[in-house]
Design a protein around this ligand. Structure first.
Ligand code: TMP
Length: 219
């Protein structure tokens, strides 16, 4: 593959629960490594010891306790700041590719579109916390409930505070991710994730090749 290996690339995977982000992450990492690149796979919320503690606090509050959406947004951003400082920026600077399972688009969807935190507030958090470290490419995986419901059911019985919400919630989340992908066409690619995993990985791989080719020709 024709990549400028001096600087790493930052790829984020987004979408509702059960769309196959983790499976895609592994497949992409395998292909990038086979192409001779150094790859870091990570996730949000999480990715560092402190951010993983915040993940647990955010997703599994003690029984009977619930975070407000604003509090969730702050927790997600606290975890993100640590993750960026300790893992993502150092990796990109040393030429590694970072593939992150969820990032700031999840905050926009879950805490803004679904949770009511104003988008301009979240964008100001993004400006301070993320700054220049915007993803180069974001793949928004989309699949109908017939696919995602089954995948969610096959997961662990211990559901987090998001997974245990109603199917109407998941439908709204899906629509919000589609809108978001359409509103940022330069960075985001909407991917049909109802196909088999290998077909999804092929589609994403083609988009990565096209992105790199476009970057080379723009030089
Ligand atoms: P996961 O199950 O895909 O790892 O994601 C954990 C949950 O965290 C998922 O339901 C979405 C939620 N989440 C937010 O609400 N805001 C965020 O900023 C992130 C990164 C995740």
């Amino acid at each position: 593959m024709m990549a400028d290996t001096k600087r790493g690339r930052f790829i984020t995977l987004e979408g509702g629960e059960g769309v196959g982000k983790s499976t895609l992450q592994s497949a992409l990492a395998e292909r990038l490594v086979a192409a001779g690149l150094d790859v870091v796979t990570t996730r949000e919320p999480g990715g560092t010891p402190l951010a993983e503690l915040v993940r647990d606090l955010a997703l599994h509050p003690p029984p009977g306790n619930y975070w407000s959406s604003m509090a969730e947004a702050l927790l997600m951003n606290a975890a993100r700041s640590d993750h960026l400082d300790r893992v993502i920026r150092p990796a990109l600077e040393s030429g590694k590719w970072v593939i992150c399972d969820r990032f700031s688009d999840s905050t926009r969807v879950y805490q803004s579109v679904k949770g009511g935190v104003p988008l301009d507030v979240l964008k100001s958090f993004e400006a301070s916390v993320i700054g220049e470290t915007q993803p180069d490419l974001t793949f928004v995986l989309d699949a109908p409930p017939s696919t995602t419901d089954a995948r969610r059911e096959n997961r662990s019985q211990v559901k987090d505070s998001f997974e245990s919400r109603s199917s109407a919630f998941h439908t709204e989340v899906r629509a919000a991710f589609i809108d978001l992908a359409k509103s940022e066409p330069k960075r985001c690619r909407l991917i049909d994730a109802s196909e088999e995993a290998s077909v999804v990985a092929d589609a994403v791989w083609s988009e990565i090749q096209a992105f790199l080719a476009q970057q080379m020709s723009a030089r």
